[in-house]
Design a protein. Sequence first.
Length: 170
Amino acid sequence: MTHSVAALAAVALAACGGSETTGMAPASRDPRPVPAPDAAARCPVTRPRAKVPASSEGFNYGNRSLAVALWPNGKLIAGRLPGGGRYAAIRPDGSIVAKLGWWRAVEGPLGIEGVRLDANSPPVRADVPTGYGPSGFQATELTFPIQGCWKVIGSVGRVRLTFVVLIRKR
């Protein structure tokens, strides 16, 4: 009887363990998938450039028509930073919300979509407030449902700008 209890316990523990191939974390209260520890190495993050078009001063990634102020090293760490600053906040539901500035050299409304590259997840939610005019600066707020590797696409008409960011919680 002792051997069968030990065998049953071993099977139960194995069933609760994580899977390296799916990136699932061990069983917890949060059933959503979490990236495997080496996911950061596999995420093809977009690194900011030193300079983009002169009209988009302060923005570090873009093309002649659309630019954005990316996070350092292509990574966004959610939670409080030393000194009280924030790059992003973690909401009670576990989602991560971040403000992101864009520069539009072309006229038209900015659209933003985003998909997770390293696992299935609902898409990024974007809030693009009105009142910023047809071109120039545009403030936005992006909500990432969960941490991971995300591709974000901004567009104004037929102009597109794509970047990849790794989202982590502090």
